[in-house]
Design a protein around this ligand. Sequence first.
Ligand SMILES: Nc1ncnc2c1ncn2[C@@H]1O[C@H](COP(=O)(O)OP(=O)(O)O)[C@@H](O)[C@H]1O
Ligand SMILES: [Mg+2]
Length: 369
Amino acid sequence: MARVQLKNLEKVYSGTVKAVHGIDLDIEDGEFMVFVGPSGCAKSTTLRMVAGLEEITGGEVVIGERRVNDLPPGQRSIAMVFQNYALYPHMKVRGNLAFGLKIAKPRAEIDAAIAEVARILEIEPLLDRLPKQLSGGQAQRVALGRALIKKPEVFLFDEPLSNLDAKLRASMRVRITDLHRRLKDEGRSSTVIYVTHDQTEAMTMGDRICVMQSGRIMQVATPKELYNHPANLFVAGFIGSPEMNLLDGLLEGADFVLGDQRVTLSDDMRQRLSASPDQAVLGIRPQHLALSDAGLSARLTHAEFMGHEVYLHADLAGQKVVAVVGAAEFDRLGRAAQIHLAPDMQHLHIFDKSDGRNVSLHREGSLAA
Ligand SMILES: Nc1ncnc2c1ncn2[C@@H]1O[C@H](COP(=O)(O)OP(=O)(O)O)[C@@H](O)[C@H]1O
Ligand SMILES: [Mg+2]
């Protein structure tokens, strides 16, 4: 049972390269926390400071009640799973799992631990195979087992699925979150910090997600909250697929003006605005633009047929915009090149272009996600 706290955590590499800029984060006991962000934003550096694999330049890491800054990895109650999980090639699966135990234990105890982990991960039939006789997914499960067998209080994952193909990745996602839940049900609640650059992985796995950019936290929230109420342009553009449309324009009174077109903001929206920047960005997800008779006029440039849905790519006053519409709706369009897109006003965002802040966020205490 351990919560993990990062307090003003900093990392400077080789005296000059500041990778982590004073991060504060509380990860609750038993929580599945995902660090997500583009390559180079310092996800791994932060995780490695928690693990004890990277020296901490400033601030503190607290695991449970202990400040662990000066403890070696072996004394931090953590286990880590990497992208390159490198099993020992000359050892059978059984041996690889036992290796995770490190400390010498009676034979019977080791066998019981292996049996338990093999049961949980459903790798019993693989115990006497060598790593080269395993598929990628099986090998990754063994790597997971090597962490699990330690019974750590905190699991640290660094892009563990990046080397797997898309299909396997999807099934491993489910397996890992399922494992986390089952351990909790069995009274072995464990805290997880899971690093990924993949927003889908973050959205589907995390209890909460910490979105990072350039060594700073952009927002920490549940997947739903991040999706519905992104705090800034970065989070808005990073979370969600296809990406949110972010259109440059001007805020003029009650109107958002894009070239020769305008969107009149609802009263509710105007009341919510915490600032009225002249240079603004309108954010609307492709799913929240509907084909209509009126609305914003756009020129259809390309349609991607996805089966149930069609992604419409259009030019709206010189800016690119994407709308997701139903296949049947698309069929009714016929061959029209000029279309009208009506934004769902409930799901519109206004950002200040100068600092990227979402100035149309719901107020504190009205977390209607
Ligand atoms: N050993 C190192 N020495 C110097 N700079 C490093 C080192 N490791 C990482 N960095 C730099 O720190 C930043 C964060 O890297 P990293 O934590 O690996 O990012 P991520 O895991 O999000 O891709 C990057 O700018 C990277 O170049
Ligand atoms: Mg990394």
